[in-house]
Write a protein that binds this ligand. Structure first.
Ligand code: SAM
Length: 190
């Protein structure tokens, strides 16, 4: 492989944030799935979770290649997904337009964090809400009740990225260990 490309990939892998992730609960529109994955790649998320009992389809054109670098772990149920995330010590945040939801900018995303997103029509299930630690909301003052899921994802993930950048989580000293970078390269066939 061209050494410049390898250096570019290593630089990208070094800035990955393995303790930040999203879990998409039956986000059924393939272009939304692809757009969310593209944003995850942009903020350095190496692995995302999808609760999807059927075969998943993704609009790979809309992902613009980011799907090669963001692993999608599929789960049959939300219990299975949240169970795995809890084992990794993550706080579980449910994006949900409820009375008890707190403004997404008031959350500490420097903690290990998993953010749950729901489907365009029904949002997050009651089961998922019961498993989460906290509902979070992007304030809305217009006529539309909600944002498109990929837009909501971009806003929240860039707030997480901003907070992590402020505390130096994208700095040299916090980079993903070389052995972990090698594993990711190997998994992608490099
Ligand atoms: N009718 C659905 C509901 O009541 O939840 C709307 C779903 S919305 C189109 C799709 C997903 O985008 C939501 O499940 C949530 O993950 C996210 N979302 C959209 N707007 C949001 C907002 N203002 N605050 C938090 N999450 C939002």
């Amino acid at each position: 492989m061209n050494p410049e490309r390898l250096a570019r990939i290593r630089q990208m892998l070094a800035l990955r944030q393995p303790d930040l992730t999203v879990c998409m609960e039956e986000v059924n529109k393939s272009h939304n799935l692809a757009a969310l994955i593209r944003t995850c790649d942009a903020v350095g998320i190496p692995e995302v979770h999808a609760v999807w009992p059927r075969r998943m389809r993704m609009h790979t054109h809309a992902a613009k290649g980011s799907h090669y670098w963001v692993k999608v772990e599929r789960h049959e149920t939300i219990h299975e997904a949240v169970g795995q995330l809890r084992q990794q010590g993550m706080q579980i945040l449910a994006t949900h337009l409820s009375e008890r939801a707190v403004d997404f900018r008031d959350i500490d995303y420097t903690r290990p964090t998993a953010i749950l997103f729901g489907a365009e029509k029904h949002g997050i299930s009651a089961e998922a809400l019961a498993l989460a630690d906290q509902d979070i909301i992007i304030p809305m003052v217009g006529m539309a009740q909600s944002l498109n899921v990929s837009v909501a994802g971009a806003l929240i993930l860039y707030e997480a990225q901003r907070q992590r950048q402020l505390v130096g989580r994208y700095a040299q000293s916090c980079q993903l260990p070389r052995v972990e970078q090698d594993r990711l390269l190997f998994e992608r066939g490099y």
